[in-house]
Each structure stands twice: as C-alpha cells, then as structure tokens.
Design a protein around this ligand. Structure first.
Ligand SMILES: Cc1ncc(COP(=O)(O)O)c(C=O)c1O
Length: 396
C-alpha cells in the first residue's frame, strides 16, 4: 500500500498522515523508536547529520521517527509546513515566546488566555527583560492599534478563551500585528486544529496542548507548535533543544493514535456540548451560557465566520452568585461529571473557575464564577440527568 494523502480530504488525511507501512514491514502504525544516542558510520556522515539536524534523526532530543510521524500529521491537520512536538501544551507556549522574543521587546497578550500563559509572561518573560502588556479579548481595531508599541514583536491570542470563551477576531488582530511588525501566536487548543485553520487567518505560530483533544484519552501530556516559515521553524527547534525539552516517543505515539479518531470524536463532543449548553441556557438557575456557537457568547458572529464547528468545552454562569457551600452541594454529588483540570478526553468534567481574579484589562461582567464544562463521550441524556440533579441540589 502506498499512501499519497496530499490530494485527499482532511478527514482522510487524519487517518493517513505520518504513516509509512512500506518502511515498517507493512505494519499500519509507525513503531515507537526509543533513542538517545544515534551513531554515524563515518566522519562525513557525522558532519552531514549535523548540518541537517533539524530535518533528520540526529540525537534523541531532536526527535525520533515516531516524533517525526506525529509532527507530520499535526502539520497536515493545521495546514502548516512544519511542526515541533514538545512535552506539554505549556511547553509549546513557553517555546513559542522564548524563540521569538528578546530583552527590550514587547509582547501584547490577550487577557483571556490560559492563565499559566499570563503567569509565564509576568514571571519568566519580565525576568528576562521582555515588556508585557495585555489587551481585552474583544478590543476594537482602534483600541488594539493604540496598544501596539514600536517594539511589539508578538501578539499572543487564544480563541476562544478557555475560561471566558470570547471568540477573538484573529484576522483583524493579525492585520494590526503585521502592520506593526509583530507576529501572531495563537493557542488553538479549543478547536484542536480541526475547526479552525490558523494559517488561513493570519496566524504565524499555532500552539496546541495536544494533551487535550489530539491525545483525547487523558493519559499523556503533549504539545505542538506549527509554522509555515522555515526560519521560524529553525528558531523554534533551536529553542526546544536548547531548553532541553525532549518529547517522549511513547507520548507521540499516543498523540498519533488519538489523531486517527479525532474526526469521529470531535463531532460527538460538539453535539453533546451543544445539547447541554442549550438545555442549560433554558434553566432558571442559569444567568448565561458561554458557548461560541450560541448568540449569548461574545464573538459568536466571528465564530460563525471563521470556525467550521465547536468542540465540547464551554462555560456556564449561574444566577445569584452561589456560595462555596452551594457549589459544593451541587458539584460534590455529581455522578458522571468529575472535577479536574484539563479537558479534551473521553470523560465529562466540570470545574468552577473565577475570571474576576484573573483579568487585568477589563471587568468580568458577572459577579460570580464560571462553571467550565467539558462534554465527554457519554450518553448525552445521562449527562443531562446528572446536571439536572446537580442544579436541584444547588437550589435546596
Ligand atoms: C487552552 C490551554 N492551553 C494550554 C494548556 C496547557 O497544556 P498542558 O496541560 O498540556 O501543559 C491548557 C491546559 O489546560 C489549556 O487549557
């Protein structure tokens, strides 16, 4: 069997990219290569390997054929020329910024991003002399332009924000960033690279916590960076190996296995998520539902314009600012929804999170936390029954 996937539809390529049965005894999945040392038979071969170290097997930290198979498949998913795998989503975020920023330069960060991204900017980047400031996720073009500085080199975005779910206007942000000489980094984890194609919308570096939907089974940590530009790719590679990030080939194997079923899992997360979100929106205990596919979500029109669908992660704001005890009454008794950080696996999750403590550039318009829900692959009616019982406990 010869696989030539380039002219096939995206869902077909998710099943074929990164595979090469002919080179592996006909075995369907690429094997897991474990390696630190790679040997070279001659001095000439050693020198040649060094010269081409970003494109071949060279030393364990640079990746093995298993890493490269995973990287090829993720690059194909996001429509990029290159991908670099790293050991977690947070590592992808850290590498994207460390690879592109120097002391004395400025990064403008959306105030809706994954909170550890903000902590990294406030802590590490400031410590190394990078200026950091933030912009409200729904900033107008004029407001965003006014926040750009002469030394702004990166605008960091996440759409939608994974706690408050504002859908940002990435093409508008990219136009303003590029006009000011800056590049755009986007955390594209929510869409899994499936529902939003970053390079068609002006993004320069797309990062993902592959830990979430790509791995899809809550059993591995993995991150990816994708780019089209060769020199950016080399900067990212130099930073990844220079910081000592070595990505486990076992985890790349799990990421690759997860990708094979992404096109069947995501629509189920989407339909269950929508069913739960629409049901919750009609409940008297609910103030609002923050789901990009519902008109109540800031940026819903942008979502309809730029995304081909949604994943299973959304937020709910309850009425009357429930106390910690009220929340405990509701959440401690959930049967199927577990409380835990992360998302994107087969299981449903629910977690209270408080944007009021996280934002600096705008006021969160509600006086209560968000309940963040991840719709898993269980029967949606069982999930509805679990939520209904939880809301009953809340109001007793
Ligand atoms: C939007 C987003 N980006 C990045 C990360 C970090 O990923 P990881 O946990 O793999 O480091 C997370 C983790 O929850 C996330 O939600």
């Amino acid at each position: 069997m010869t696989i030539s996937p380039k002219n096939k539809h995206g869902d077909t390529r998710l099943t074929t990219s990164g595979r090469n049965p002919e080179a592996n005894f006909g075995i369907v999945n690429p094997p897991v290569y474990h390696a630190s040392t790679v040997t070279f038979p001659t001095v000439a071969a050693l020198r040649d390997a060094e010269k081409h170290r970003f494109d071949r097997v060279y030393y364990g930290r640079y990746g093995t054929p298993t890493t490269f198979a995973f990287e090829e498949a993720v690059a194909d998913l996001e429509g990029a020329a290159h991908c670099v795998a790293v050991p977690s989503g947070m590592a992808a975020i850290a590498v994207s910024l460390a690879a592109t920023l120097h002391a004395g330069e400025h990064v403008l960060v959306s105030d809706s991003v994954y909170f550890p991204t903000i902590s990294y900017c406030k802590g590490f980047l400031k410590k190394f002399g990078v200026e950091v400031s933030y912009f409200p996720p729904m900033a107008s073009a004029a407001e965003l332009k006014s926040l750009m500085r002469d030394n702004t080199k990166i605008v960091f975005t996440e759409a939608p924000g994974s706690i408050t779910f504002e859908v940002q206007d990435i093409p508008m942000i990219a136009d303003i960033a590029h006009a000011g000489g800056a590049k755009v980094v986007m955390d594209n984890t929510w869409s899994a690279g499936y529902h939003f194609k970053p390079f068609e919308h002006g993004v320069d570096i797309s990062v993902q916590a592959a830990t979430k939907y790509i791995v899809g089974h809550s059993d591995a940590m993995l991150g990816t960076l994708t780019v089209n530009d060769r020199s950016l790719y080399e900067h990212i590679k130099i930073t990844q190996v220079g910081l000592g990030y070595s990505t486990s080939p076992d985890d790349c194997y799990l990421g690759l296995r997860g990708l094979r079923s992404l096109a069947t899992r995501l629509p189920r997360h989407e339909s269950t998520g929508l069913k739960l979100a629409e049901w919750l929106a009609a409940c008297p205990e609910v103030e609002t539902v923050l789901h990009p596919a519902l008109p109540s979500c800031p940026g819903h029109d942008i979502f309809k314009r730029d995304f081909t669908g949604s994943s299973g992660l959304f937020g709910v704001v309850l009425k009357d600012g429930p106390t910690e005890q009220d929340l405990a009454r509701m959440l401690d008794g959930m049967e199927l929804f577990a409380m835990g950080y992360s998302w994107g696996g087969f299981e449903s999750l629910i977690i209270p999170s408080d944007p009021r403590t996280m934002r600096t550039t705008y006021d969160w318009p509600y006086n209560q936390p968000v309940l963040r829900i991840h719709a898993g692959l269980e029967d949606p009616d069982d999930l509805l029954a679990d939520l209904e019982a939880g809301l009953k406990r809340l109001s007793t």
